[in-house]
Structures are given as structure tokens and as C-alpha cells.
Design a protein around this ligand. Structure first.
Ligand code: GLN
Length: 512
């Protein structure tokens, strides 16, 4: 079977480049042509072919001299437009950051972007997303929605919708994203690709335009768990410029080790080495099923698909155990107090003075702030700023914000109770398959759909979405795997075993 360049996974790309079957420049040109041919998907906010081709040629030159930097050298990718970049404008999909020069130009690169550049990747541009990463559909982008390649009338999920679409439509092998309350896992599920959000503190947040700082984490989209591992492992590591980045993590054996690139790969290898029986690679793995994740809130097609994935995990040797996360429902009000509270503070810097759009006409300073922010922010961002300002205001702080913080702690404790009984937690990512674009006008109903991704975010735990099959109208369904702190290696090993036995992750939408 002769695969086309856009169908190759990262290992095949690395082999092809090494064997000189194709160059990074050829691969990059091929993918740039596909990106151009599929503009209708709205996956990108900015594409810079010249920059990409220059980086590709530099990679080819390194390789010709025997100085290739490893598995990612010459690999084309794109970054969610939440990461600031020196090479491209950064907009957070907001009019607020689009000035006369076509977008804010950062004087520095986000740490994650810099680390991937140092690994030799070829950045083609920036992907579409919900404005300031607020949303779960990509409909909140100031530049129009991204579209699901499985059905272009449907949402791809969000907020990292463009990054998910680029991978699902085989426009790029991998992309970066961010996940505050599900923004990597949910679009990965709805577009049928593999996505991982690591433990809070694993990747640096430096240069990620802040939404809710206590929740924001970088993540990745890929065609397989193995590819996701390669990318996330190059992004991870302690960074002195992010005070919440972890200096130490726990390895697969539970020992404290330095948080650095490459550690997750070593952990996956340790888990694989322990699997003695090749036919049952997950023997000994206890998979916890929170009863709250399997209730009536889940659409029947999603529930059935997730159940069949669990049967597959059992066949691979895993044991299923019943657990409970009793405060699952409360994670919605808790998140929608804490995240807007932090957002209202973080977004105060977009005032037309320090950052962002400035109104053309105003009477005084206050009027300038008011007009600039009214013109620059979209409706969902304004809603969050108002909610956040309200819950932090004098007289309401104790009733809302403080109460939410207490519950957040209890939600995290509930997970620890579960992890006393199991090694990974499994369930759905999204209660339904992708809905039609424009079909949801009630913001609260939209918030409720985050129910299965918010708990792990509030606890700071790593989570993944693994393609698990197809539901209604042939649309993809994701299996969510949640691990304990620093257990990304266990999640990825589990997903690798599942993907070695299934081919859901290899199926592309028709025409792609
Ligand atoms: N859908 C959630 C929200 O709207 C999560 C967004 C995210 O993870 N960035 O806040």
C-alpha cells in the first residue's frame, strides 16, 4: 500500500525523511496545497507558506549535514492562535487583537512554540479557535467558525476547533491546542482524532494568552497516541518563566524526577515493558467507570460506542471497576464561576492602552476604555467578563467564588478516592456527537455539555480523548481517559494498546 504524504504518521515521516524518500520541503509543499484547497473548513487564521518553506529547507539542510535534531525535525505543524509567536500575528480569534497591522505581533515566542521550533518543526501558521478560548464549538471565533470535515454543516468542537480540524482533515500530522475545561479533548472527540491535555504544570503556560490561569494547559492533536506522545513530550518541561510550571514530576514507578522533555516517553516505555503478555498488554490495569459518567445525560449512540470501547479494553486485559465522582454535576457551576473570575482579571489588560484595539473616537479615558472593549470583545467574552466581575465583587465573593474554590478542592479529593480503586478513569468526552453549526443559542445549555471534561480540569489531572468509533450519522465518538497526576505515560500506553487493536483513529472523513 502506498500512502500519500498527508496520510503518514510521525514515525513514517521521520523514516521517509531519513531514507530521503521525500524532503521536508516536499512534505510541506504538499500540505500547504491541501490547506489552500480546504479553506472552506476555516481551520486556519494565518498561513505563511514562505516562512514554512524556509524552515523546511533549513531542516533539509540540517539533515543533509547529518545534524537532524530527532523525530520532529522537518515535521509541519500549526499552533492554536492562543500561543504567541514572533513569526506570525497572534489574535486569540478576537477583533481585540487585530489592529491595523493585521494582528498583534508578540516580541517573544511562547515556551511551547520555542521548544517545538528547537526540535526542528516547521510552523505553517495559526489555527482558528473560540475567542480567547472561550467556548466549545469554534462558533465564538471573530473570524467565523471552523467546520467539521466529517460533516461541514457541523461544529468541530472547541475551543481548539481549527487545530482539531487540521489534523482530522489530514492537512497536518499534528497541531498544538490549549485545554482549560476541555478544549483539546472535546474537539478531538468530535473530529475523531487523538488529543491529550497533560497534568497542570507539565507544560509551560508562558506565552499562552491567559484565559483562566489556574486551569489553562497546553495540549496536542494527532492521528495516534504514539504521535501525540512524540509532540507532547517535546513541549513538556519546567520553565522558570511560568510560576506554576512543575520542577518535578513522578515517573511511571512513582519516583520524583525532573520535569523535562522526554520523560513521558520513558514512562510509556516503562509501562510497555511491564506488559508481559503481548495479547493482553493491559493485564493488571484497573479502569474506573464513574457512575455519573454513564447516566441518562449521555446520548444513547455515545454511550453504546463508549461501552464497546470498554469491552475492547477488557479484551486487552484491563479490569473494569465501578467508581463514583459524586460532585460531577457541581463541576459546571464551579468551573463557570472560577474560569470567568480569572478571565475577568486576565482580560483587563486588553484596554486599548496596554494591549488591544483602541476606539477611534472617545471623550475621555473611561469612554475610551468602554468603547474599545465594547468594540473589541465578542458577546461570549463580554458575558464571561461580566460573570467574573460579578462573582468577585464585594458582597458576592464569599457566596460564589470562595464557595467554588472549596468545592473545587472536594472535586479533586473525589478523584483521589477513585484512584485508590483504579489506575485510569474512563468515560465519554462529550454527551453527544457534533451538533449542527448555529443550532445552540442558549449559553447555559452549551455550558452543560462540558460536564465530562470539567472535573479533570478543575482537579488539574491529565486527560485524553481516543477515537472510539462512530455514533449517529457516522460521526466520531471519543473515549475519555483520565489519569492521576503525572500519569500521562499510563494514559498514552493504554491508548496505544487500544489503537494497536482498533482502527478508528486511522479512518479519515470521506474526501480527505
Ligand atoms: N468549553 C469550555 C469553556 O467554554 C472550555 C474552554 C477551554 O477549555 N478553553 O470555557
Amino acid at each position: 500500500m502506498n500512502k500519500q504524504l498527508h496520510q503518514l504518521g510521525l514515525a513514517e515521516i521521520a523514516q521517509g525523511l531519513e531514507a530521503k524518500r521525500f524532503s521536508s520541503e516536499e512534505l510541506t509543499r504538499h500540505l500547504l496545497a491541501r490547506i489552500d484547497a480546504h479553506r472552506e473548513l476555516g481551520a486556519f487564521l494565518h498561513v505563511d507558506p514562505e516562512h514554512a518553506l524556509a524552515q523546511a529547507r533549513a531542516s533539509d539542510a540540517r539533515r543533509a549535514q547529518g545534524a537532524a535534531r530527532g523525530a520532529l525535525d522537518g515535521v509541519p505543524l500549526a499552533h492554536k492562535d492562543i500561543f504567541v509567536t514572533t513569526a506570525f500575528p497572534s489574535t486569540a480569534a478576537s477583533k481585540m487583537l487585530v489592529g491595523e497591522q493585521g494582528g498583534y505581533r508578540s516580541p517573544f515566542d511562547a515556551t511551547v512554540v520555542a521548544q517545538l521550533e528547537a526540535a526542528g518543526t516547521v510552523a505553517v501558521g495559526k489555527t482558528n479557535c473560540d475567542e480567547f478560548a472561550m467556548g466549545g464549538s469554534n462558533e465564538n471565533s471573530a473570524f467565523g467558525p471552523a467546520r467539521n470535515p466529517w460533516d461541514a454543516t457541523r461544529i468541530p468542537g472547541g475551543s481548539s476547533g481549527g487545530s482539531a480540524v487540521a489534523v482530522a482533515a489530514r492537512l497536518l500530522p499534528v497541531t498544538t491546542g490549549t485545554d482549560t475545561g476541555g478544549s483539546v479533548r472535546q474537539p478531538a472527540a468530535l473530529t475523531g482524532v487523538t488529543g491529550i491535555k497533560p497534568t497542570y504544570g507539565r507544560c509551560s503556560r508562558y506565552g499562552m494568552i491567559a484565559f483562566a490561569s489556574s486551569l489553562d494547559q497546553a495540549g496536542v492533536f494527532a492521528h495516534s497516541a504514539s504521535d501525540a506522545l512524540t509532540l507532547i513530550d517535546a513541549m513538556a518541561g519546567f520553565d522558570t518563566r511560568d510560576a506554576t510550571s512543575a520542577e518535578q514530576v513522578r515517573d511511571a514507578g512513582g519516583a520524583a524526577v525532573a520535569n523535562q522533555a522526554g520523560q513521558i516517553g520513558r514512562d510509556v516505555a516503562a509501562h510497555a515493558a511491564r506488559a508481559a503478555d503481548a495479547a493482553r498488554p493491559l493485564a493488571g490495569l484497573r479502569v474506573g467507570l464513574p457512575k455519573e459518567f454513564f447516566g441518562e445525560g449521555v446520548a444513547p449512540d455515545v454511550a453504546a460506542t463508549v461501552r464497546s470501547a470498554l469491552v475492547e479494553l477488557e479484551r486487552l486485559g484491563a479490569t473494569l471497576v465501578d467508581v463514583s465522582l459524586p460532585r460531577t454535576e457541581l463541576s459546571i457551576p464551579v468551573y463557570y464561576i472560577i474560569a470567568p473570575a480569572e478571565a475577568s482579571s486576565n482580560l483587563s489588560r486588553f484596554d486599548g492602552v496596554r494591549y488591544g484595539h483602541r476606539a477611534a473616537q472617545y471623550t475621555d479615558l473611561l469612554d475610551m476604555y468602554r468603547k474599545s472593549r465594547s468594540e473589541g470583545f465578542g458577546p461570549e467574552v463580554k458575558r464571561r467578563i461580566m460573570i467574573g466581575t460579578y462573582v468577585l465583587s464585594h458582597g458576592y465573593y464569599d457566596a460564589y467564588y470562595l464557595q467554588a474554590q472549596k468545592l473545587r478542592r472536594m472535586i479533586a479529593d473525589d478523584f483521589q478516592q477513585c484512584f485508590a480503586q483504579c489506575d485510569v478513569i474512563a468515560g465519554p468526552v462529550s454527551p453527544t456527537v457534533a451538533r449542527p453549526i448555529g443550532s445552540q443559542t442558549d449559553p447555559v445549555a452549551e455550558y452543560l455539555a462540558d460536564i465530562f471534561t470539567l472535573p479533570a480540569s478543575l482537579a488539574g489531572l491529565p486527560g485524553m480523548s481516543v477515537p472510539a468509533g462512530f455514533g449517529e450519522a457516522g460521526l466520531p465518538v471519543g473515549l475519555q481517559l483520565i489519569g492521576n497526576y503525572w500519569q500521562e505515560g499510563r494514559l498514552l500506553h493504554t491508548a496505544q494498546a487500544f489503537q494497536a487493536a482498533t482502527d478508528f483513529h486511522l479512518r479519515a472523513p470521506e474526501g480527505f
